[in-house]
Design a binder for this molecule. Structure first.
Ligand SMILES: Nc1ncnc2c1ncn2[C@@H]1O[C@H](COP(=O)(O)OP(=O)(O)OP(=O)(O)O)[C@@H](O)[C@H]1O
Ligand SMILES: [Mg+2]
Length: 320
C-alpha cells in the first residue's frame, strides 16, 4: 500500500490569555492509502486540533503552526490558501466536523445544502447540482424524498449521514471524521460505522477516525494512534494496541474501557490531563504514571519501535 499522508513534526499552538496552548506538539506518522487510522484519547488531548492542523484550517488565534504535511507527495505547508481551495479541500481531503450534524442550516432544505458543494466549488448549474444531490443521498443510503425536507425533520442518524454525504460530495481521497457518532445511540452508531465501512470499500477512502471510544475505533480501524496532552504516545496496528499495549497510558485507557463478557474491574486513571498552557516537563504523562522514574520528569521520550507496526514513546521502552 502507498502512503497517502505523511506528517512530520506537526505542531499547532494557540495564543490564549492564559498563555500558549500546545494542542499538537511535534506529531509524526504516516497513513496508508485505503486504511483507517483512529485517533483516540481523553477530551482536550488535541484530537480536533490535529484534524485542523492536517486540513490546514487554522483558527485566528494560531500562535505556531509548523511541520511537514505530505499529501500524495506534495507538502501542503507550501501551498497557498487558494491552491488548497482549488485542489485539496473537499476535492482530495474533507472533514466531518465534531458536532456537524447540529450545524446544518435550519432554513435550507437538505437538497439545497447537498447541492452547495456542486454549485460553489464545482461550478455546476442548479439542475445538475440537484441531480448530484440526489445521488449523494443514495450513496449514504437515504431516500431521495429527503431532498425537500429541513434538518429538523430528520433523525440524528439521518443528519449524520447527510453531513457525511456533504463531505463526500467532491469525492475526496481522505476523510477525517471527528467524533461522527458521539451523539447517537448505540444502534445508530453501529449503522453509521457499517455505512462508513461500505463507503470506504466503494470509494477507496482513507479515514482518520477521531473518537474517545477505543472499542468503537476497533470496529473500523487498521491502526490506532493514542494521543495524550498534544502528543501521540503510542501508534500501532489495531491488534497490537488492543492486545499488547506498551504505553502505561494506553494500558490504563484500555483498563478503563467497559467489557461486556469479562468480569474485570473497571479502572480509572488517577489525576487529570494537564493544562496544555503549562504541560509538565519531560514525559507529559509522568505525574499520572504508575511506573514513573526520575528521568521521566525531565526527558521527553522519543518514539521507539517495539515491533514492525508498533511505536511507543515511553522512557521505560527507550531504556530497554
Ligand atoms: N481555538 C482555540 N484557542 C485556544 N485553545 C483551544 C482552541 N481550540 C482548542 N483549544 C484547546 O486546545 C486543547 C485541545 O483541544 P481539542 O479540541 O483539540 O481537543 P479534543 O481532543 O478534540 O477534545 P474533545 O474530545 O473534547 O473534542 C484544549 O486544551 C482546548 O481547550
Ligand atoms: Mg474534539
Amino acid at each position: 500500500m502507498t502512503i497517502l499522508l505523511s506528517l512530520k513534526d506537526l505542531t499547532l499552538y494557540y495564543r490564549t490569555r492564559r498563555g500558549v496552548v500546545k494542542a499538537v506538539d511535534g506529531v509524526s506518522f504516516d497513513i496508508k492509502e485505503g486504511s483507517c487510522l483512529s485517533l483516540v484519547g481523553e477530551s482536550g488531548c488535541g484530537k480536533s486540533s490535529m484534524a485542523y492542523a492536517i486540513m490546514r484550517l487554522l483558527p485566528r488565534n494560531t500562535h505556531t503552526y509548523r511541520g511537514v504535511l505530505l499529501f500524495d507527495g506534495r507538502n501542503l505547508m507550501d501551498l497557498s490558501e487558494s491552491d488548497l481551495r482549488r485542489e485539496f479541500w473537499l476535492k482530495r481531503m474533507a472533514m466531518v466536523f465534531q458536532g456537524a450534524m447540529n450545524s446544518l442550516n435550519p432554513v435550507l432544505t437538505i437538497g439545497e445544502q447537498l447541492s452547495e458543494a456542486f454549485t460553489i466549488h464545482a461550478g455546476l448549474d442548479k439542475l445538475e447540482a440537484q441531480k448530484r444531490a440526489a445521488e449523494l443521498l443514495e450513496l449514504v443510503r437515504l431516500p431521495r424524498s429527503l431532498l425537500n425536507k429541513y434538518p429538523h425533520e430528520l433523525s440524528g442518524g439521518m443528519k449524520q449521514r447527510v453531513v457525511i454525504a456533504i463531505a463526500l460530495s467532491l469525492r475526496p481521497q481522505l476523510l477525517i471524521l471527528d467524533e461522527p457518532t458521539s451523539a447517537l445511540d448505540v444502534i445508530t452508531q453501529a449503522n453509521i460505522i457499517n455505512l462508513l465501512k461500505k463507503l470506504q470499500e466503494e470509494l477507496n477512502l482513507t479515514y482518520i477516525f477521531i473518537t474517545h471510544d477505543l472499542s468503537l475505533s476497533s470496529e473500523l480501524s487498521d491502526y490506532i494512534a493514542v494521543m495524550y496532552a498534544g502528543k501521540v504516545v503510542e501508534l500501532g496496528d489495531i491488534r497490537s494496541i488492543l492486545t499488547d499495549p506498551k504505553h502505561p497510558y494506553t494500558q490504563k485507557l484500555l483498563a478503563a474501557t467497559p467489557r461486556l463478557l469479562e468480569d474485570a474491574k473497571l479502572e480509572f486513571i488517577p489525576g487529570s490531563p494537564p493544562d496544555l498552557a503549562s504541560p509538565p516537563p519531560g514525559c507529559r504523562f509522568h505525574p499520572r504514571c504508575p511506573y514513573v522514574m526520575d528521568v521521566c520528569k525531565n526527558k521527553v521520550p522519543n518514539p521507539v519501535k517495539v515491533s514492525s507496526n508498533h511505536y511507543v514513546s515511553c522512557l521505560l521502552w527507550e531504556r530497554a
